[in-house]
Write a protein that binds this ligand. Structure first.
Ligand SMILES: [Zn+2]
Length: 136
C-alpha cells in the first residue's frame, strides 16, 4: 500500500518516477490534520473526523459503536435487509480499504420514519478505531 496524499502525487512522481498516476482510489484519503479524528486501529488509515460524529450510543456486534455522518477509506459490501433492535433496515457491511477489516455497517435504508435519520450514515465499532491527532 502506497500511502501518499493526493496532492503530493504529482511532485513525488516527478521526483522519483516510482509512483504510477492512477485513479485516486489507489491512494489513501487524508483528513484535515488540525482536526480530531478516528483512525483504523489495525492500519491507522483515517476513518472519520470527530466533527462528523453523530452519536456514540450505538451497539455493534462487539460492543459500543459510533454513528458517523461521513467516513473515508471505507469500502461498502452489498446491502441486505436486517431486522435490528430498531426495526427493519437495509444495511451494508463496511470495511477498511487499506487492511480490509470489517469495521461496521452503513444504513442504506430505514423503513420506519423514526429511523430515517440514519440513512446514508455509517456505524463503526469502537473496537476498530483509535483516536488520532489533537485529543486532550
Ligand atoms: Zn485498516
Amino acid at each position: 500500500m502506497v500511502e501518499i496524499a493526493q496532492t503530493d502525487v504529482h511532485t513525488l512522481q516527478h521526483e522519483t518516477n516510482m509512483v504510477k498516476l492512477t485513479k485516486a482510489k489507489t491512494f489513501q484519503a487524508y483528513l484535515d490534520t488540525c482536526h480530531r479524528r478516528y483512525s483504523c486501529v489495525h492500519c491507522r488509515a483515517h476513518l472519520a473526523n470527530h466533527d462528523d460524529l453523530i452519536s456514540k450510543s450505538f451497539q455493534g456486534s462487539q460492543g459500543r459503536a459510533y454513528l458517523f455522518n461521513s467516513v473515508v477509506n471505507v469500502g461498502c459490501g452489498p446491502a441486505e435487509e436486517r431486522v435490528l433492535l430498531t426495526g427493519l433496515h437495509a444495511v451494508a457491511d463496511i470495511y477498511c480499504e487499506s487492511c480490509h477489516t470489517t469495521l461496521g455497517w452503513k444504513y442504506e435504508q430505514a423503513f420506519e420514519l423514526s429511523q430515517k435519520y440514519k440513512e446514508g450514515k455509517f456505524i463503526i465499532e469502537l473496537s476498530h478505531m483509535i483516536k488520532d491527532n489533537g485529543w486532550d
